[in-house]
Structures are given as structure tokens and as C-alpha cells.
Design a protein around this ligand. Structure first.
Ligand SMILES: [Zn+2]
Length: 102
């Protein structure tokens, strides 16, 4: 592009990032810097990308996890364990009776 002017502030380019919470973050980079493809959203901490139609999905481990999220996670774990237990019991009872139905 143009010649770099000495003694002046480096020319900047404004890059807009989009996160999955519909936040728009404008970040200034030097025109000489390579613009990263993703950037942490300063508003919610989720990764944001250059593509407004396709923001990166929230990672499984979110930086700001609420208490409710923890409770939900625990519950689903307990449910999973319960389902597994049920399945095992069913399997055992079937084995006992010798009545195997698929
Ligand atoms: Zn955000």
C-alpha cells in the first residue's frame, strides 16, 4: 500500500468482531499487524470472529459461569447416572429371568 510515514502514529485499521451474544466489538490494529481471526469479546469474554453470520460457538467451559449453570450441570450428571443405573438394572433383571428382548 502507501509508504509508511516516519514520526507519525502507525496507521490503524478498525476491525469488527462478532460474538455469539450479538456483541459487536471494534478493535483497532496497526495496518501492519496481522488481524487475528478471532478475538475475545470485551463485553462477555466469549470468542468473537470476523464473520457476523457465523460467530464462534461458546466454549464448553465459559469464563463466567453462573451458579445456575453449575446446578444444571450437576443435575444432568445425576440424571445420566440414574439412566445408566436403570439400564443396568433392566439388563440384570433380564439376565436373571433369561428373557432377553431386544
Ligand atoms: Zn460478547
Amino acid at each position: 500500500m502507501g509508504e509508511a510515514e516516519r514520526g507519525e502514529a502507525a496507521p490503524r485499521q478498525l476491525v469488527t468482531y462478532f460474538c455469539s451474544h450479538d456483541h459487536r466489538s471494534v478493535v483497532a490494529f496497526s495496518t501492519e499487524a496481522q488481524v487475528p481471526e478471532s478475538w475475545d469479546c470485551p463485553k462477555c469474554g466469549l470468542p468473537a470472529s470476523l464473520d457476523c453470520d457465523n460467530p464462534p460457538p461458546a466454549p464448553k467451559i465459559e469464563p463466567y459461569k453462573t451458579h445456575l449453570a453449575y446446578v444444571k450441570e450437576r443435575r444432568s450428571d445425576a440424571e445420566a447416572a440414574e439412566i445408566l443405573d436403570e439400564a443396568l438394572n433392566l439388563l440384570r433383571s433380564r439376565r436373571k429371568s433369561g428373557d432377553i428382548v431386544f
